[in-house]
Structure formats: structure tokens, C-alpha cells
Design a protein around this ligand. Structure first.
Ligand code: HEM
Length: 491
């Protein structure tokens, strides 16, 4: 069952001439009409779509169907064979290699960076909050998460927050849009059409900016290591001769053995993957949470009281405090349920498969609709309602384990989920401690769009933030323009 299909373009006629927000509504309407299991055709390639956690579990928990769907091919010129897109033995080797870079002990050492960047963000917003100035908060969050990922994982400082525009962030946004166009306009899926079109030309321009930036990041880290005579091989052994844990890029550089084990290109593919996954997802999640907090003053007040009691008289958060931000964690979880940064993922079936009464042949793409799973009324009564208490242990203990999968699940789940939740808690705790947020648009006013990441279309950030500065106790109001958002991201 599924929408009508045509030669060469498959079922993409329904999305081909639609704007991005219209495409989002259309895709969701297909899920409602044909779900929980339905077929679409991406050009000439079959796709089985899933909106039920029971079906998602069969795919995600499998160690057989771990290759990504064909739509990921459009990301390959950018992320190459990095962890997100690689498969088979290479994926397994790299996953094993990189997992220790996200160990609890490493995360603990990142806390000071999360705090420092959050404090800078608060300071920058404080300067803008003069009661009259209009500005858009989205780029501020983007620049903050970029500063965090480059300093923690890559070991270099780019100080994105000190600049107004960041060409890397703009290029990420642009390239995601072009990749999304390829999945919804079937003719663009053919390379010979795409690269001759304006879409393809823009894609190549963005690509050159992105690879230029990540090459520079690797080069800078290597120079820094040379300058400070950092010999990781020696320094990564503790007093007892045991191997110490290393941050991400140092680990890659050391393992590479000057190109003998990992080439420069292979390192760059991983850096591209982690720079993208490590900032765009968290930006969306923090921004959607701000939007929801701004709509629900009771939730915001409760979260603020928790932050206040965790800080007490201290000026800074400590590692043990992060665990105490339990309500804020529920707020974040609920926000990721309603607005999952990654709203859909896909796998490629490596063997024939039977689900319920249906036969799915080897070589099919399976689309797992995280967004629709999260809004399934069978698992979430009043699914559109924002209610962080859904994630109280007593309210979630009987829920299907695959009914909440913002970080996916199983062997190819998100490697950075602990990093993400910790970073988001810290940034939001510092924002809540200093600012009171109010959104002037409702959920019905905003237009979510999917371009790899679930983002708000132009309208979301047209809102006001009321702030009371803790230092000067002055009450401020910041208006955030949709037009700023448009010009920044070239929408
Ligand atoms: C709110 C924040 C985040 C969300 C919602 C999120 C979500 C996801 C999802 C759904 C996947 C599965 C993708 C797929 O199957 O195609 C994934 C994979 C991945 N994520 Fe995240 N992510 C977040 C933050 C991060 C961060 C901070 C990092 C790195 C620092 C990261 C790195 C990765 C990587 C490398 C993969 C591929 C893992 C593999 O295939 O082995 N993510 N993420």
C-alpha cells in the first residue's frame, strides 16, 4: 500500500513541486494515511516506510541490516566513509576505535568547555538584550555549539561566537537543503542531471567550503601538537603504563601513523561527520527546547527553580550537578520527542525479511519515521501535547523501548548522545539562570521543515524573549525576527 507510482520518478510527484514545509506536511500525511507500513518509490528504488516501534525494532536491533538506505548516497561526497555513512568491517572498526572518545571520563573533562561557551553565550545575549534590539537567536546557538564541538572533539578554538556570520554553518545549512532536494525531486537523483543543475552547482560550492574548513581544522590541530611538542603516544600512558583516553581528533591523528593506517582523507571524513552531527543536531534540539519553554511558562518556571537549587550559591556547575538536573532532562527528552533533530533514518536490507504478513526483499530501503513514531497516539496519549512528565520513570516504564528513539537504537545508535544531552543541559541551565523566555508564536504558526535535520522554517524565530539580567536585575525584551533568520540562512 502507498501513493501512486510513475515510471522513473516513482512516488516523488507528490513532493517534487512542493516547498519544504509543504513537503513535511505531505510526508506526514502519507504516514497517517498508509501507516504503519507502506511503500514509496524513490525514482526506481523501492522504499518501505515504518511508523510503528515494533517494526522499527526489528530493523534497528538487527546486526544484519546495518547498512544505510540509498538516500545516504547523496551525502557521500560530503561525509565520505565517515562513521555515519560507512558500513561493514570499516564501520565496525571505526566505531570500536572512536567509542572511547565519548567515554564518561572524557565527557567530564569537556564540562569546563561547555560552561565557558555557555557563559560567553549568556554574555553576548545580555549585550543584545537592551529592550529594543531585534535579533535572531538561532545563529547564536549555532555558533555556540560549533565552538563547543571544535574545542572539545577537535582541540582547536574557532571562536565562532565572536563573529556574526560563519561560512561553515551557512554551508552546512545549504548542503543539507540540496541533499534533501535530491531525495524529493527524483530527476535530481541522477548525477548527470544534478551536477548540471543550479542545485548541483550550489552543492559543489558548499562542499568546497565545508572540506576547506575541516582540512583547516586538522591542519591547525597538527600544527598545535607540533608547536607544543605534544607526543600523544608517550603522554597517553599513565604512571602505571596504561593507555589514557584521548579526545577525538588526537585519537585519529595518532592512529593514522602519518597516513600508513588512516589517510588524511579518511581522517577528514570522520572530522566532517562529527563536526556536522556534533553541532547541527544539538543546535536544533536546544532551539526547539527554547521555543517550547517560551510557550510553557509553568514548565519554564519549574526548570528554572531546579537550575537555581542546583547552582545554590555557586557560580558554576559541577559534573555531579548535571545528574541533578532531572526535570530539565525530562524537558529536553519531551522536546526531542516532539521535534526530533533527526526525524527519519533509513537502512538497506541485506537479506530478505518478513514483517507481519509482508515480504520485504533484499536490497530495499527501509525508512524509519522517528517523527511519526514519537507522535503515535497508541504510545503517547494526546501526542501533540508538551508534557515533560511523560518521561517520569513511572510513566515511561511500560512504554515500548522503540517508541522513543531520537538517537536511534541498536548497534548504529548515536555515538554522541551522552555528549549531546550533557551539552544541552549545560547551555540551557545557563540560559534559564539568566533569562526568562517567551515565544510569541504558537506551534500552529511554525512550519517545521526536514533537510536532514528537523528545522524551523522562517517563522519560528519571530518571537520575543523577556529577560531579567541576574547581574543588573534589569528587565529586557528581545524580539527575534523571522527576517533575520531568512537572511542568515539564505532561505
Ligand atoms: C540532540 C542531538 C543528537 C541527535 C538527536 C542525534 C541523533 C542521531 C541519530 C538518529 C543517529 C542515527 C543516524 C542513522 O541511523 O542514520 C545518529 C548517529 C550518529 N550521531 Fe548523533 N545525534 C545527536 C548528537 C550527536 C553528537 C553531539 C555527535 C558527536 C559529537 C553525534 C554523532 C553521531 C555519529 C557519528 C553517528 C553515526 C553512528 C554510527 O553509525 O555508528 N551525534 N545520531
Amino acid at each position: 500500500m502507498g501513493p501512486k507510482s510513475y515510471p522513473f520518478i516513482g512516488t516523488t510527484l507528490g513532493t517534487m513541486f512542493k516547498t519544504r514545509p509543504e513537503r513535511y506536511i505531505y510526508m506526514r500525511s502519507l504516514a497517517k494515511r498508509y501507516g504503519p507500513l507502506y511503500r514509496t518509490w524513490m525514482g526506481t528504488h523501492p522504499v518501505i516506510n515504518m511508523t510503528d516501534p515494533r517494526h522499527a525494532e526489528l530493523i534497528l536491533s538487527s546486526t544484519t541490516h546495518i547498512s544505510k538506505g540509498v538516500s545516504y548516497n547523496f551525502i557521500l561526497p560530503w561525509l565520505g566513509d565517515g562513521l555515519l555513512t560507512s558500513q561493514g568491517a570499516k564501520w565496525f572498526r571505526h566505531r570500536k576505535l572512536l567509542t572511547p572518545a565519548f567515554h564518561f571520563k572524557i565527557l567530564e573533562s569537556f564540562l569546563s568547555v561547555f560552561i565557558e561557551k555557555s557563559e560567553i553565550l549568556v554574555k553576548i545575549l545580555e549585550e543584545k538584550a537592551d529592550g529594543k534590539t531585534a535579533f535572531n537567536i538561532f545563529p547564536y546557538i549555532t555558533h555556540c555549539t560549533l565552538d563547543i564541538i571544535t574545542e572539545t572533539a577537535m582541540g582547536i578554538q574557532v571562536n565562532a561566537m565572536s563573529k556574526k556570520v560563519n561560512s561553515y554553518a551557512e554551508a552546512v545549512y545549504g548542503i543539507c537543503g540540496e541533499i534533501s532536494n535530491r531525495t524529493t525531486k527524483a530527476l535530481l537523483s541522477y548525477d548527470f542531471v544534478f551536477y548540471k543543475s543550479g542545485y548541483g552547482k550550489r552543492f559543489l560550492e558548499y562542499l568546497s567550503t565545508l572540506h576547506g574548513t575541516t582540512n583547516r581544522v586538522i591542519h591547525e590541530r597538527k600544527s598545535l601538537r607540533q608547536k607544543h611538542n605534544i607526543n600523544q603516544e608517550k603522554e597517553n600512558v599513565d604512571d602505571f603504563g596504561r593507555k589514557k583516553r584521548q579526545a577525538f581528533l588526537d585519537l585519529l591523528i595518532d592512529v593514522s601513523k602519518d597516513g600508513a593506517v588512516l589517510t588524511h582523507e579518511q581522517i577528514r571524513e570522520e572530522v566532517d561527520t562529527f563536526m556536522f552531527e556534533g553541532h547541527d543536531t544539538t543546535t536544533a534540539s536546544i532551539s526547539w527546547t527554547i521555543f517550547l519553554l517560551g510557550l510553557h511558562s509553568n514548565v519554564q518556571e519549574k526548570a528554572y527553580q531546579e537550575v537555581k537549587s542546583v547552582f545554590q550559591d555557586k557560580n558554576t556547575l559541577e559534573f555531579a550537578d548535571i545528574n541533578e538536573l532531572k526535570y530539565l532532562e525530562r524537558v529536553l527528552k519531551e522536546s526531542l520527542r516532539l521535534y526530533p533533530s533527526v526525524p527519519a533514518i533509513a537502512r538497506f536490507t541485506s537479506e530478505d525479511l518478513k514483517i507481519d504478513d509482508y515480504f520485504i526483499p533484499k536490497g530495499t530501503t527501509v525508512g524509519i519515521h522517528i517523527m511519526d513514531i514519537h507522535l503515535n497516539p497508541k504510545y503517547y496519549p494526546e501526542p501533540e501535547k508538551f508534557d515533560p512528565d511523560r518521561f517520569l520513570p513511572e510513566n515511561s516504564k511500560d512504554r515500548h523501548p522503540y517508541a522513543y528513539i531520537p538517537f536511534s537504537a541498536g548497534p548504529r545508535n548515536c555515538i554522541g548522545q551522552k555528549f549531546a544531552l550533557m551539552e544541552e543541559k549545560v547551555v540551557l541551565a545557563y540560559l534559564l539562570r539568566n533569562y526568562k523566555i517567551k515565544s510569541t508564536q504558537t506551534v500552529d504558526d511554525i512550519n517545521p521543515t526536514v533537510s536532514l535535520i528537523l528545522r524551523p522554517d522562517k517563522g519560528l524565530y519571530k518571537r520575543e524573549i523577556e529577560t531579567t539580567c541576574l547581574k543588573c536585575k534589569k528587565y529586557n525584551r528581545i524580539r527575534i525576527h523571522s527576517t533575520d533568520y531568512c537572511s542568515y540562512f539564505g532561505l
